[in-house]
Each structure stands twice: as C-alpha cells, then as structure tokens.
Design a protein around this ligand. Sequence first.
Ligand code: GDP
Length: 361
Amino acid sequence: SLTIGIVGLPNVGKSTLFNALTKNDVLAANYPFATIDPHVGVVGLPDARLDKLAELFSSQKVIPANVDFVDIAGIVRGASKGEGLGNQFLHNIRESDAICHVIRAFKDDNVVHVDGKVSPADDIETINTELILADLQTVEKVLPRLEKEARIKKDKQAQVKAVQEAQAILEDGRTLFSAGIRQGTEAAEPLHELHLLTTKPFIYVFNVDEDELTDDAFKDEQRALVAPAEAVFLNAKLEADLAELDEEDAVELLQSVGQHEPGLATLARVGFDTLGLQTYLTAGPKESRAWTIAKGATAPEAAGVIHTDFQKGFIKAEVISFEDLVETGSVAEARAKGKARMEGKDYTMQDGDVVEFRFNV
Ligand code: GDP
C-alpha cells in the first residue's frame, strides 16, 4: 500500500505525533489479527457516508480506508553530508510515496529548538536543503557513468539529458517536484532508477499551540510559506490526548479548542488526496467498507483491490451512486427506479460509487 514518510528536525513533535498515530484504534478495531509494525501508524480516512450505509444495511461494522504513515527519524542539519542521513533513513524515505514534513510552530521555553529559535520558514528551508543536497549527491554520483554509457548506447542520451536537467534544478536550490518533475509522471520516468527524494509530493504539518489552531491570520501566513503544497495545522500533544479518549470525550475536548475533527483525520484526508487516491464503497449486513483505488481506476482494477480473482474473472459491476442509494433507501428500490447501472470493464470508477461486482471464478 502507499505510505507517507514523516520527517522533521529534532524536537518538533514527531514522536508525539507518531504516538498518536499508532495509538489510533483503526487497525486494532478492524483487523484484530493484523501484525502491527511499530514504525507504521495507520489512520482511518473519515467518511460519514460509511455510517449512513451501515445504517441502511444494518452492517455489523464499518471499515474506512486507511492511510499509512512511516516514522523516518534522523534528519538534521548537515544530514546529507553523512551526519545522520543513514542508509535506513534513505531506504525508508525512498519507499515513501509522499513526504510529510512536521514543523515546529509551538512556543515552549522548556523544549529546546535545535537552531535556538522557533522559525517555521527556517525549518522548511533546512529540511528542503538537506533533501535537495541528498538528491544532488545521487545525481552527481551516477552522471559520469551514464554519460560514458551514452557515448556507446544512443538510447541512453535522453536519460542523460533528463539527469542533467535535474542537476541544474537542484543546483538552483529547487526541488524536482516544484519544477514539475513528479514521481509517477512521465517527466520523472527517466529518473526513476535514481529514487530521487524531491520528486515526491510534500505535505506540511505545523505543530502549533492550541490557540493558534483557530488563528486564521497566523495559519494563512504559514500556508503562504509552503503553497502550493498542502498545510495541516494540529497540536501534537492534543492529538496524543485525543487518541486516548473515547469518542464522546474526544468530541468534547475538540470542541473546547474550536475544532470539529482531530488533526490526524485532516492529515489522513490531505494525505489521501496528495497520493492521488479515491475510494469506492461496498455495503452489506457484514460490513460497510471503503476501498482504496487510484483516481481514474477502472471497474476491474477496483475489483482487484478486493481480490485478484475478482479482477481476473470480472464480468460487470452493479453501481449505484451513494446519493441515489440514500434517496431510494435500498438496492431493490434503486433497481426499480432505474438507478442501478450495469458497468463493464472500461468503466472509470467515480467517487461515492456503491458497488457489487459480478465475476467468474
Ligand atoms: P521529535 O524529536 O520531533 O520526535 O519531538 P518529540 O515528539 O520528542 O517532542 C519534543 C518535545 O516537545 C517533547 O518534550 C514534547 O513533549 C514536546 N512537544 C511536542 N509537541 C508539542 C506541542 O504541541 N506543544 C508543546 N508545548 N510541546 C510539545
């Protein structure tokens, strides 16, 4: 599955946030027999439609889509020069599909800032620089070999050109992503084997004081620092507290600080979107469930997320939009009113499709 790697300077609240992520009960509640990797935090994607479906179908349980976060400790100033950017760090960050940078904005004289002062802009610059330098090292290491190869193999010339272009962007102090060279797109294809870090999308998490959670002027200022990347504002300590509470108490605590959902839920939503994912829904007496697919996935691809046999033996999908299902009140009524569509293998899944697959085994 797709994962988001969490990075940030020391003492910004990464461990606190990560504890909240791992205490989150999504996995424990829905997959009681799953082995839980201590370095992976799983957050359920909030989706009110699932509760509605569970009501309609009298489902025994609700299973949301998940977003996985991986703790990637170890980035400090000078890290790319070997002071902390260990192999494990590089491996973990390369495996991530997006990078979530946690930034300290909270003020607390008892918590030392590594650079002596709280400055989100400086922290962003520091981490960006380290990632850019790490990529530059990678590029400089492979370029001489590639250039040599290209002299004999003409088909390597396009790759050399792409790597040279990447080098120029990095030397200019820019991330490849900001220059439009983005992991998973054609522009990044010639660079694929280099596993460059700055081709990944970034999400910025500002760990703010509680009163800043509702300070729109402050938040706009921080947003401007990272735009067009997404910014999420949360208080890591509050998230850790929320993760320990039952729903009723959590809602009360959230309301007391002017919030309507935990920061982790917002983070899951933003993460999901940044990764280019969407969901479709299934519903029945056993469970109402959201399944994760890439945006633009076809019906057979969506079926394959449930089971590979569903994809291989795909015949068709019966699709009812969530709105139509709620309006008609049942699958039978939706069918009677012509709201249930039979879709074939070329159908592109839409957000909010409630689906039942027909397949051969
Ligand atoms: P890490 O080094 O980035 O993993 O940071 P930690 O999660 O270990 O946090 C460093 C210190 O900051 C700890 O003493 C935390 O209790 C404290 N801390 C974390 N988040 C917050 C916060 O939102 N507000 C305040 N005041 N302290 C925090």
